[in-house]
Design a protein around this ligand. Structure first.
Ligand SMILES: C[S@@+](CC[C@H](N)C(=O)[O-])C[C@H]1O[C@@H](n2cnc3c(N)ncnc32)[C@H](O)[C@@H]1O
Length: 243
């Protein structure tokens, strides 16, 4: 009989503050001999790596995995398959691998694609997910405001929303969260200005980190040079909690 395969664990490690990792994720992180995470850029560690580093011990193998920031499907697929092959060698040796992902592991996370690729390559591998604190919820806490109350509808738009999609969301939901807003901020600002929603909109960057910034008077900020880790929350309802 062949040796048992290692198991793959995807853990959400929260938005930045190392104390916002769950006890369950932390136990998993400490237990697994192999710790993988998205590789950083420009010689700097990535967000998930920065969050987990204080919790690691020197015996654990650290495996940075490279994922490109592109839309091209075949480039992405090649990267996911390559990453799956890298951690697959440890799984084949019976070693458990934990993949640390920023925020939550099921919310716009690379872990979804990595796990799919691993299961394509080794269908017998067991995959587990441990949830984490995702950025919209951490942003609400940072703002000291509930994200939603009572009957408010919440719409979360990912990176590639068209401006039409944004208009529809603002028509239909009382609370709208824009992920990856950095790339489209000036266009979003123009729409919010036309709809007179700037006073009810806030941008939070590097939520819960020591470098967190809150922009809460967007009237004064038609242009902002925002980092990748930025999101915008609009409370559009009449009875919004910021009103
Ligand atoms: C690929 S998504 C990852 C979402 C993540 N899995 C989560 O649970 O929040 C990346 C986007 O999430 C948002 N984001 C994630 N973490 C953030 C943080 N600490 N501060 C601000 N925005 C964050 C930003 O909009 C960023 O462009």
């Amino acid at each position: 009989m062949s040796d048992p395969l290692g198991q793959l664990w995807g853990i959400g490690v929260g938005p930045g503050d190392p104390e916002l990792i769950t006890v369950k994720a932390l136990n998993c992180l400490r237990r697994c001999p192999v710790v993988a995470f998205p590789a950083g850029r420009n010689g700097r560690p990535g967000m998930a790596q920065t969050i987990v580093t204080p919790w690691l011990n020197p015996d654990q193998v650290q495996v940075p995995l490279w994922f490109p920031y592109v839309q091209d499907a075949s480039t992405l697929e090649t990267a996911w398959q390559g990453a799956a092959t890298q951690i697959g060698s440890y799984l084949r040796q019976g070693q458990d691998v934990v993949f640390a992902t920023e925020g939550d592991a099921s919310f716009y996370s690379t872990f979804t694609y990595l796990a799919q690729a691993v299961q394509q390559q080794q269908p017998q591998v067991q995959v587990h997910t441990i949830p984490g604190v995702c950025s919209p919820l951490a942003a609400a806490a940072a703002l000291g405001q509930p994200l939603t109350v009572q009957h408010q509808r919440l719409t979360i738009l990912p990176a590639m929303y068209t401006l039409d999609t944004l208009e529809t969301a603002l028509d239909q939901a009382e609370v709208v969260v824009l992920m990856k807003v950095a790339a489209v901020y000036p266009q979003v600002w123009a729409i919010l200005q036309r709809r007179e929603l700037l006073a009810q909109s806030r941008v939070v960057t590097h939520i819960s980190g020591h470098d967190q910034v809150i922009y809460d008077n967007l009237d004064n900020h038609p242009q902002l040079s925002l980092p990748y880790f930025s999101l915008l929350i609009v409370h559009c309802g009449q009875n919004h909690p910021l009103g």
